[in-house]
Design a protein around this ligand. Structure first.
Ligand code: EPZ
Length: 418
């Protein structure tokens, strides 16, 4: 398994270009199963999760007509296999996104139940409950979710807690259901809004995306999807924090600032200089870093996917910072590793209390999940001395060429393949 070696202590300087949003492209790829024909998706980020989803779609019968320069043409004319194999789904929870489209289009699905992962149990009970309410018969057997549906019917559904992929799954299924579906307490993430907009361009009748009530009128069929994936707000936020934690000066290009408002505001509160332009954000870490509090919540609040990275920054801030994680039950896997670098962090349930220190020291580190891994990279960039991060396959799931992008900003970072 590859490792990343980082010599810390150098301010990052220069320009970094953000790639397409992983969490936007995954539901779009699943949505191609609702269509029959050549789907054209541009701006596709070359990350592991995308490759996994493409392989899964090929297993389901889709064909990759072409895939180069971040543009994929996916032909779903013969996507008639309803079975998603364990070996693929078990490595990526987002595979559950094919459940709704398969039941809506084929009337059948056999999808391995996603395993939990480091950040929590991550059940899909809302997905299943909603699809059953639409008329699907769903049962679990040998770790697989089996489903059959003669014809899905529109429903009124309330999400007990906001669920991004839950909203996406039921919205996709509702596109081909009979009648009207109303999703209440729906997710407002940009990735969900984008999915609704793209499905609408393909002939779906959806309104209310971006609010907590989305209404879908079922239609008989959809045209093939054509779209360009927007920039990844979490990747952009990660590089903004990289600039701040190394006391650098970085221009983050090709991003959508309005997707990042809470992150921008929190960095400015911490005395990081953030200069926002229409499609770029310049971040300078010149003034003393101040400790600020943060609490994660569904969009448009402070994103849980930036919590670990922000905590790394707060380990070097003046004063005490309190960070609350309200979305996942176990998203502090980075804390133990940060403490091994000298960070002063105390955990109490969903709350982390961070007392800033003068400096972190490099150490051998273990990545556990995608965003915790990013947090360790940021801490290593700021730390004195060398850090060696193992299990970096977690990083490859969601960041396009992270070490190359960081090297171009002056980081002393290299990947050791083994
Ligand atoms: C999406 O995960 C993202 N993944 C996650 O990004 C992100 O952290 C999360 O949304 C929250 O923003 C993708 O979009 C592929 P949820 P998702 O359903 O949809 C509970 C990353 O780093 N829940 O919104 O799986 C769940 O356990 C990844 O890129 C149920 O209880 O998250 C969690 O506590 C990590 N039952 C909360 O809801 C359900 O049926 C929010 O989960 C579904 C969810």
């Amino acid at each position: 398994m590859d490792k990343i070696v980082i010599e810390g202590g150098r301010p990052l300087e220069g320009t970094v270009k953000v790639s397409g949003a992983k969490n936007a492209v995954l539901p779009i790829l699943a949505a191609t199963l609702l269509t029959r024909g050549r789907n054209i998706i541009e701006g596709v980020p070359n990350v592991r999760d995308v490759k996994t989803m493409i392989r899964l779609l090929q297993d389901l019968g889709a064909e990759v007509a072409s895939y180069e320069d971040e543009k994929i043409i996916l032909d779903t004319s013969s996507a008639n296999n309803p079975e998603a194999p364990y070996d693929l789904v078990s490595t990526m929870r987002a595979s559950c996104l094919v459940l709704g489209p398969l039941l809506a289009k084929l009337g059948r699905a056999r999808v391995s139940l996603p395993g939990g992962c480091a950040i929590g149990a991550r059940p899909i009970d809302f997905h299943i409950k909603g699809l059953e309410a639409m008329g699907a018969k769903i049962w679990l057997d040998h770790g697989y979710v089996h489903g059959t549906a003669d014809c899905l019917k529109g429903i009124q559904f309330y999400f007990d807690t906001v669920s991004v992929t839950g909203t996406a799954n039921l919205m996709m299924a509702a596109c081909l259901a009979e009648g009207e579906t109303v999703l209440e307490n729906a997710a407002k993430e940009p990735e969900v809004v984008f999915l609704a907009d793209v499905l609408s361009q393909a002939g779906a009748k959806i309104k209310g995306q971006g609010t907590d009530m989305i209404t879908i009128q079922g239609v008989a069929s959809l045209q093939p999807i054509e779209c360009r994936i927007f920039p990844d707000r979490i990747e952009a936020g990660t590089y903004m924090i990289a600039a701040a934690i190394t006391r650098g000066d970085v221009l983050v290009e090709n991003c959508i600032p309005q997707h990042l408002e809470p992150v921008i505001l929190k960095l400015q509160e911490a005395q990081v200089d953030v200069d926002v332009k229409e499609t770029s954000i310049r971040v300078q870490g010149r003034r003393p870093l101040l400790a600020v509090n943060a609490k994660t919540n569904p969009y448009p609040a402070f994103p849980t996917d930036i919590q670990a990275q922000f905590m790394a920054l707060m380990t070097l801030a003046r004063g005490q910072s309190i960070i609350m994680e309200t979305v996942f039950e176990n998203r502090f896997m980075h804390v133990a590793e940060l403490k091994r670098m000298g960070a002063d962090i105390t955990l109490d349930g969903h709350t982390a209390v961070i007392n800033g220190i003068e400096g972190l020291s490099g150490a051998p580190l273990m990545a556990t999940d995608l965003r915790a891994s990013a947090s360790l990279v940021l801490a290593a960039l700021a730390a004195k001395g060398q850090s060696v991060i193992s299990r970096v396959y977690h990083i490859d799931r969601g960041y396009v060429g992270m070490e190359k992008k960081l090297s171009s900003l002056g980081a002393r970072i290299q990947r050791l393949a083994n």
